[in-house]
Design a protein around this ligand. Structure first.
Ligand SMILES: Nc1nc2c(ncn2[C@@H]2O[C@H](COP(=O)(O)OP(=O)(O)O)[C@@H](O)[C@H]2O)c(=O)[nH]1
Ligand SMILES: [Mg+2]
Length: 365
């Protein structure tokens, strides 16, 4: 079974599992094949929990389908599964990778992932790309460029959910991360394209945020957003191969200087700048060593735990916002009157403040 095939298990894939599932109501055991034949929302919570904890990919993929569903009933079931699996989550190394399209994220993740599998890790790759459509270019491109990893049974690749706001995509990615961790993946790589706010969202859900850059010949510091540099736990200049090595090294020297300005004096971690070649598997061993060194240092000072804790609170706040906005849109009176209210705001007959008051009153807040 390949990592690719388990993403779409809808068409009767057979899975032989080393555990027994018991139907809560009847007390009879049901065969895993029977579970797999059920639609995702009909599978009992206990079966999801037992199956995922046993590393069953087909059930994992189905639970992710629930997480991604916009149906509130599916959402509630997903939350129950997540709550039960919570004690099994949190143990993975969570690595975020960003960079503009073409920088080599997929190539690098493919190679890094293969290196990690060879060390005995289990690697999950999740993508956040609110601009993508499942049928569209970038994700298909990604899939073809993670060819090696996609063949491996200890790897799991999940493209970005195809629709929704960044907030929605972020929530689903966090929940998917929890599910893959519960399924035993001990390295989770979250890939995002370097556009918009998606890097901020990813930096807020990982332990280590890696920015991939290219050398651009002289004016390297231009065109790179200061905000990204501030989020980076490390910068890697990719495509340091062939006749590009010298240029990559001089770009690295420039970024090193820039990073010194942003890193507070006395910080536990000074973001390193490496040169790598994802294609040629050059520098990736050092890259991973830095990820582990960061983990060790930050754990020793308590900053690792603090980062995880504040991320849990961000997760809660994001979800609250998401749910409040969802409730607002689902409210029948608000839904009916919103177009008129917006029209009045647009033509200047209603102040935005009063419009908000009116909506809040309708919601009973
Ligand atoms: N020379 C060289 N080319 C690379 C390297 N990594 C990726 N590429 C090429 O750059 C292009 C974009 O790579 P891809 O991994 O899809 O980038 P992404 O859009 O950031 O995921 C592809 O044609 C790759 O073959 C590298 O380390 N060296
Ligand atoms: Mg890509």
């Amino acid at each position: 079974m390949t990592a690719d095939s388990v993403e779409f298990p809808a068409c009767g894939m057979i899975s032989f599992l080393p555990y027994v599932i018991v139907d809560e109501r009847t007390g009879f055991s049901i065969s895993p094949m029977a579970v797999i034949a059920l639609p995702a929302h009909k599978i009992p919570v206990a079966d999801y929990v037992a199956g995922i904890a046993n590393g069953d990919r087909a059930l994992l993929a189905r639970a992710i389908t629930l997480v991604e569903s916009s149906n509130p009933d599916h959402g509630r079931l997903a939350q129950q599964v997540l709550q039960e699996l919570l004690p099994k989550t949190g143990k993975a190394v969570r690595l975020g990778i960003t960079g503009v399209p073409g920088v080599g994220k997929s190539t690098t993740i493919d190679q890094l992932g293969m290196n990690l599998l060879a060390e005995g890790h289990q690697v999950a790759v999740l993508a956040i790309d609110p601009t993508s459509k499942r049928s569209g270019g970038s994700i298909l491109g990604d899939k073809t460029r993670m060819n090696s990893l996609a063949q491996e049974k200890n790897a799991f690749i999940r493209p970005s959910p195809s629709s929704g706001t960044l907030g929605g995509v972020t929530r689903r990615t966090r929940e998917t991360m929890a599910l893959v961790e519960a399924a035993g993946f001990d390295v989770v790589i979250v890939e995002t394209v370097g556009v918009g706010q998606s890097e901020v969202a990813v930096a807020d859900m990982v332990d280590f945020f890696l920015v991939l850059l290219l050398s651009g010949g002289g004016d390297d510091l231009q065109g790179i957003k200061k905000g990204i540099i501030e989020l980076a736990d490390m910068i890697a200049i990719n495509k340091a191969d062939g006749d590009n090595i010298k240029r990559a090294e001089s770009a690295a020297a420039e970024y090193k200087n820039a990073l010194q300005i942003f890193t507070p004096h006395g910080a536990t971690w000074f973001p390193p700048v490496l040169t790598v070649s994802g294609r040629d598997n050059r520098g990736l061993k050092e890259l991973w060593a830095k990820v582990l060194e960061h983990r060790e240092k930050m754990t020793a000072t308590g900053e690792f735990a603090a980062r995880r804790q504040s991320q849990a609170v961000s997760w809660m706040r994001d979800m609250l916002e998401d749910r409040l906005m969802g409730a607002l849109r689902a409210h029948p009176r608000v839904a009916a009157e919103l177009p008129n209210i917006e029209a009045s705001v647009r033509n200047g007959t209603l102040l935005p403040t009063l419009a908000v008051d009116r909506i809040m009153t309708m919601m009973g807040i």
